[in-house]
Design a protein around this ligand. Structure first.
Ligand SMILES: Cc1ncc(C[n+]2csc(CCOP(=O)(O)OP(=O)(O)O)c2C)c(N)n1
Length: 554
């Protein structure tokens, strides 16, 4: 086995090894050769090669999302590093451990006219948990070890992005037969933070209030123990609202928030207004619930998370800094279920909406709405479902998705720039077959996601191609102006067919209601190759069908 002769490369490789960081995504370059040699030559690492750094970072994010442990990306100096930024921001807001390792030139070579050189130190300052700036030279070895330990431990402990910047002077490709340094591994502190506070005042309030709402944001599957779910579901004074990305399923929870609240009047909203709002999980998709809870404020908002609490509704009163399981283990046994009509009243409305939903579905013309409805009916069981922003994730909230599906979407920053790459990385890392559903702009934006050798055979993409950004037809704003087509919807006539061919995907397309059912059924049985199904829909019908839906289900 060979090692790079660079001490900094050896230090980093050994510390990653010690800390169990073993998935390394490398983008090509020369300045990073000591790292490529260091990780690539070592049999303990699973190295991947992806050219486009933006895709590489989202691919890594997808793996980290599935494995729930840090994944590293490595690139050369210059703008290469900046292409990691969208994924760094997503990792920052979605609490995904992403270790960015960038090769750099030594400091005295920056801003003097050397090529492929930018100011790399602290470049992600606003969206990073830690930036370790290393320096070449034996005299910096202890400091570098400390910095790298802190960065890697931060990713492990706090689950978020960190940046390690490593300068290398030339020559870059020299190797040695034996490892020259044995850095000291400072182990991370990983463990559940126990609550160090008196819960009694909160429990008293909880037990006195007749209307409690629990709102759950993005959560990885199996995050909350079933016994807690069941206990919450039994209490008639507790209304639990979830989203597809919450990955929580129990009878008496309401998962289609917009379906429930979009048609409500002011009077209804007052009835829905909770006294206490308890939240956990990451970002919430529904804009409508955010608007509602900002106008009809609960008296108290409490959030449970071991790391952070956002004041999303401007009434955050308390942050329980612990894991949701340890919170509920302490909290729930002391709560008393109350007999009120709060939950049942809304469950009755939900059932009414569901009946209206079914009637509506049977009457509508061919449209995005119909397409999503059919896709969710035909999805196989036990899959990983990756969804892109923006209309896709919103439509997904309106339909029943089989509870065996594990659902993910990049909601940290809601970008359309890395959904496909994330899905590919997640598909690689998951044991489940992956179905990725996306809009056309989102798909074409990140089409380099398919430019790698790691796409599983059972990976399926469904592109709902409505010829542009369909979401803009649904959002408020004038649709008939000369600006709309060009600058909002960004109309196009592109098809994914040629791209599918180029990347070795099986390709099928649908243009009408008649094709829909039969093609969907067959599509999920393709197994020899990854496959892409492109479903063309009429852009000018889609918005009307969706907007009318919210009136119809009243
Ligand atoms: C990187 C980035 N740029 C721009 C946006 C703003 N944006 C949100 S949704 C959207 C259009 C998405 O269109 P498409 O993928 O075709 O999905 P559709 O809405 O038609 O379902 C855009 C441009 C964004 N979220 N992320």
């Amino acid at each position: 086995m060979k090692f790079s002769n660079k001490i900094l490369s050896q230090t980093l490789v050994q510390l990653c090894l010690d800390k169990g960081i073993d998935h390394i995504i490398i983008s090509p370059g020369s300045r990073n050769a000591p790292l490529t040699i260091g990780f690539g030559e070592h049999p303990s690492f699973k190295c991947f090669s992806i050219v486009d750094e933006r895709c590489a970072a989202f691919f890594a994010l997808g793996i980290a999302q599935q494995l729930q442990k840090p994944v590293a990306v490595i690139c050369t100096s210059g703008s290469a590093l900046l292409n990691y930024y969208p994924a760094v921001a997503e990792a920052y807001y979605s609490d995904i451990p992403l270790v960015v390792i960038a090769a750099d030139r030594p400091l005295d070579r920056i801003d003097i006219g050397d090529g492929q050189t930018i100011r790399q130190q602290n470049v992600f300052e606003n969206h990073i948990l830690y930036s370790a700036n290393c320096f070449e030279g034996d005299e910096f070895q202890i400091k570098n070890e400390t910095e790298i330990n802190i960065a890697l431990n931060t990713a492990l402990e706090l689950k978020g992005p960190v940046h390690i910047n490593i300068p290398f002077s030339e020559p870059l490709y020299h190797t040695v037969e034996n490892q020259l340094v044995w850095p000291q591994n400072v182990p991370p502190h990983i463990g559940v933070k126990t609550l160090m506070e008196d819960l009694n005042p909160f429990i008293e309030k909880w037990n006195r209030s007749n209307r409690k709402m629990v709102l759950v944001g993005v959560l990885p599957p199996n995050s909350l123990e079933q016994r807690f779910l069941e206990q919450l579901a039994k209490d008639e004074s507790v209304l639990v609202l979830t989203e597809t990305t919450s990955n929580l399923h129990t009878e008496n929870f309401i998962s289609s928030i917009d379906q429930l609240i979009a048609p409500l009047s002011d009077e209804d909203f007052s009835k829905l207004q909770p006294e206490i709002l308890l939240t956990f999980g990451g970002m919430v998709v529904s804009k409508k619930i955010k608007a509602f809870l900002r106008s009809y404020s609960p008296k108290e908002h409490w959030h449970v998370d071991s790391k952070k609490a956002y004041d999303t509704f401007f009434v955050l009163k308390h942050h329980f800094k612990t894991s949701i399981n340890s919170f509920f283990a302490e909290f729930l046994p002391k709560t008393l279920p109350l007999k009120t009509d709060y939950r049942n009243q809304w469950l009755a409305i939900k059932n009414h909406r569901l009946q209206r939903h079914n009637i509506y579905e049977s009457e509508i013309p061919y449209s995005d709405f119909m397409v999503f409805s059919e896709i969710f009916k035909w999805l196989p069981k036990n899959i990983q479902l990756q969804l892109s922003n923006s209309a896709t994730i919103r439509y997904a909230q309106l339909f029943d998705i089989d509870t065996s599906a594990e659902v993910f979407c990049n909601r940290g920053t809601s970008g359309i720039d890395g959904s496909t790459s994330t899905a590919v990385g997640a598909g690689y890392a998951s044991k489940l077959p992956t179905v990725f559903i996306t809009g056309d702009l989102s798909f074409f934006y990140d089409s380099n996601a398919l430019w790698n050798n790691y796409i599983p055979k059972n990976f399926k993409i469904i592109v709902v191609n409505n010829g542009g950004g369909g979401i803009f037809r649904i959002l408020p704003g004038e649709k008939d102006t000369h600006l709309f087509d060009t600058y909002f919807e960004t109309k196009h006539g592109l098809s994914a067919k040629k791209l599918s061919e180029m990347y070795g995907f099986e390709y099928e397309s649908i243009h009408s209601k008649e094709d829909l059912r039969i093609t969907l059924e067959n599509f999920f049985s393709i197994s020899e190759k990854p496959a892409l199904l492109e479903i063309f829909t009429p852009s000018t019908v889609n918005d009307k069908v969706l907007l009318d839906y919210f009136k119809f289900i009243l």
